[in-house]
Design a protein around this ligand. Sequence first.
Ligand SMILES: *[C@@H]1O[C@H](CO)[C@@H](O)[C@H](O)[C@H]1NC(C)=O
Ligand SMILES: *[C@@H]1O[C@H](CO)[C@@H](O)[C@H](O)[C@H]1NC(C)=O
Ligand SMILES: *[C@@H]1O[C@H](CO)[C@@H](O)[C@H](O)[C@H]1NC(C)=O
Ligand SMILES: *[C@@H]1O[C@H](CO)[C@@H](O)[C@H](O)[C@H]1NC(C)=O
Ligand SMILES: *[C@@H]1O[C@H](CO)[C@@H](O)[C@H](O)[C@H]1NC(C)=O
Length: 352
Amino acid sequence: MNFNKQLFLLLNLFSVLLLSGERVLQAEAGHRHHHHHHHGPTKLFVFGDSYADTGNIQKAVSSSWKDPYGITFPGKPAGRFSDGRVLTDYIAKYLKVKSPIPYRYRKLMPQHVKYGMNFAFGGTGVFNTSVPLPNMTNQIDFLQQLIKDKVYSALDLTNSVALVSVAGNDYSHFLQTNGSEGLSSFVASVINQTTTNLIRIRELGVKKVVVGALQPIGCLPQITVSISFQRCNETPNALVLLHNTLLNEAVTTLNQQTKERSTFRILNLFDSFMSVLNHPSTHNIRDRLKPCCVGVSSNYSCGSVDNNVKKYRVCDDPKSAFFWDFVHPTQAGWHAVYNKLRTMNELQRILY
Ligand SMILES: *[C@@H]1O[C@H](CO)[C@@H](O)[C@H](O)[C@H]1NC(C)=O
Ligand SMILES: *[C@@H]1O[C@H](CO)[C@@H](O)[C@H](O)[C@H]1NC(C)=O
Ligand SMILES: *[C@@H]1O[C@H](CO)[C@@H](O)[C@H](O)[C@H]1NC(C)=O
Ligand SMILES: *[C@@H]1O[C@H](CO)[C@@H](O)[C@H](O)[C@H]1NC(C)=O
Ligand SMILES: *[C@@H]1O[C@H](CO)[C@@H](O)[C@H](O)[C@H]1NC(C)=O
């Protein structure tokens, strides 16, 4: 089990660089008109990390606010860890609601509060990680406070879905601080804490709670860079398998203990990622494991600037790559995963 060095994940993207100039958020993630008469959930609440964050982290401290992030959508950096849309945007699209505003814009854009809210912060986990940002407990506290403040009513919550992303920051932090010893019991703690969080979200009144399975971490460019992005590394995927097995058991138990049997759902991000990565051309993807945006050397990453000199390279066509940077899919990658989830009938289960 010598993947502690390799499994240094979502966190190392947080090279702290200062952004010059204030940018105003113009990103309007909703790309479908809201249907006033559709049935089903009308609000989306989002918790978790960079796979779901659409702009919660402050501009000064995150690569997601630096060029070339956001070049595809909305056309400039807007706080998403991709060239464009991320998982949250596609789930919102499926529900036919606007992509919920980041928590930190709730006062700036009060008219958008009705579509729900995104509490996810890149780099965070269910436990504390190396980034000093709200862990998932804190994120749920934010929703609880908004309910206390009467921003959301009981009826609002009944008509809502929660998306919960737990993409591995707890594990990268654990491996950095503790090494791989005790990792499997730590997986159990992560599942235990995730379960506690899912129950809390449900008890706040949210009707459906959807949690992502862990994606195949062994396929992330961060892991495969050492073999020139040739193939996935099965070793980290063993950890992923354990996490997903325990998560499945926990969610099955939760549903058995709940009156409505389909309250808690797992979004199968493992099979959907694998399917796209195994059949990239079906989704018009040419580069399956090689990321589109990379640092010019191992000292740099996507978005790095040194003395006003760009220290990264972007591929010609982000639409043809699955991965954007060392950890995150491109918009095309997320779109392919979304299409796969739809054909797997995974998304229908959000509604029914
Ligand atoms: C989340 O952070 C708070 C501090 O803001 C801390 O008290 C709490 O223990 C953390 N939760 C978990 C599950 O680690
Ligand atoms: C989590 O981090 C917060 C600060 O962000 C700190 O106050 C708290 O004590 C930490 N909790 C744990 C359990 O490490
Ligand atoms: C690392 O191990 C120590 C001792 O077993 C434990 O207290 C700590 O919580 C672990 N670190 C993390 C990040 O879980
Ligand atoms: C988490 O673990 C604790 C201690 O083992 C246990 O009491 C608790 O019921 C577990 N919580 C969940 C939600 O599984
Ligand atoms: C990377 O940085 C280290 C120290 O900061 C330096 O010694 C090394 O030459 C750099 N390597 C490259 C390829 O730029």
